[in-house]
Design a binder for this molecule. Structure first.
Ligand SMILES: C[S@@+](CC[C@H](N)C(=O)[O-])C[C@H]1O[C@@H](n2cnc3c(N)ncnc32)[C@H](O)[C@@H]1O
Length: 315
């Protein structure tokens, strides 16, 4: 298991990383007291090693339509249970699953067709200080929200574009993308507060060390990174909501294309989607589990919905 260097927990004084990997240091003919001390040392090494390979889970930077908050525990447990060397997310969005996995894979690839999403992650990885400086000067308010919403993001620098995206996603109602409107919350402070946003950005920057960030169509990223030891987690747009992330980026036919491509991959996959007859039919050749979850928009209570968790089996 490769460790994300920037977020390795600090070791207690006197314990070196190489010592964690050394075999037990007792000889068979040591007296019982020495054997017990060696046993205790070996046990604390095991505890430390587990802490090192388990990194802290990062809060997603902002709400995002279709974010998997309510299914995250179930999905991350499923991901952890499948041995894999590379972890690939072709539809990463705001990273609702990617960032909630406690155990990073040695190779990690995140991908999205959205220029806003990809620019945000790239800037958070490469220019976190410039992004933080940009965000520090931003005002939380409806006028500013509307001004930024109207700007064409491709006319901005990457740093401005990343800041704009994070700002709008923090404040938009229900994490919406195409139909953003200023979310009002009577009971809570503004969701755009640099004092809360910036520390999380630092953690995100550390978490993204060594992660490959792609901006490809899902078909290309699957083809490029397929491998017997790859695990893909796929969270495409919902059935019947194909246009939620932009017109023409994903169409109804893409589900069939995706299913055909997934049938031929050498790696493993887990795909989640809303439970509809269409999705059940298109993915019927795979193992399908139907689960209950809650769909939350804004701060209102959740609506009970059903989702499909679809997997291929390679055993
Ligand atoms: C349901 S959202 C993913 C949400 C994510 N799991 C999260 O927790 O934030 C689907 C994502 O797929 C992306 N997308 C849509 N069409 C795509 C395509 N053809 N190739 C790659 N990504 C695409 C959208 O931009 C969107 O970010």
């Amino acid at each position: 298991m490769t460790i994300c260097a920037a977020i390795k927990p600090r070791l207690p004084a006197g314990v070196t990383r190489s010592a964690l990997n050394s075999p037990g240091d007792r000889a068979p003919d040591d007296p019982p007291g020495i054997r017990r001390a060696a046993h205790l040392r070996a046990r604390s090494r095991r505890v430390l090693r587990d802490r090192i390979t388990t990194i802290s889970i990062i809060q997603t930077p902002a709400p995002y339509l279709g974010g998997k908050r309510n299914l995250a525990k179930r999905l991350t447990a499923l991901i952890d249970a499948i041995p894999h060397r590379s972890y690939v997310e072709p539809f990463v969005g705001m990273g609702g699953i990617f960032l909630r996995r406690a155990r990073p894979a040695p190779v990690e690839v995140i991908n999205d067709i959205s220029g806003d999403v990809v620019t945000f992650f790239r800037v958070a990885q490469r220019h976190p200080d410039a992004l933080a400086a940009e965000l520090r000067g931003m005002l939380s308010g409806r006028d500013e929200f509307d001004r930024l919403r109207r700007i064409d993001p491709t006319t901005l620098t990457d740093i401005e574009r990343a800041a704009r995206f994070l700002y709008l996603q923090r404040l938009t109602f229900g994490g919406k993308i195409r139909t953003r409107c200023f979310g009002v919350d009577k009971a809570n402070p503004s969701r755009f507060d640099p004092r809360k946003v910036l520390p999380n950005l630092e953690r995100l920057n550390a978490r993204l060390a060594g992660v490959t960030i792609e901006r490809l169509g899902y078909g290309d990223v699957i083809a490029r990174y397929d491998d017997p030891r790859a695990l893909f987690y796929l969270d495409p747009p919902y059935w019947d909501c194909e246009d939620d992330y932009g017109v023409g980026v994903f169409a109804r036919d893409d589900f069939e294309r995706l299913a055909n491509q997934l049938a031929k991959i050498r790696g493993r996959f887990i795909l989640s989607i809303n439970a509809t007859d269409g999705a059940r039919a298109v993915f019927s050749r795979f193992a399908i589990e139907e689960v209950d979850t809650t769909y939350t928009v804004g701060s209102a209570g959740g609506k009970r919905v059903r989702e499909l968790i679809i997997t291929n089996r390679k055993d």
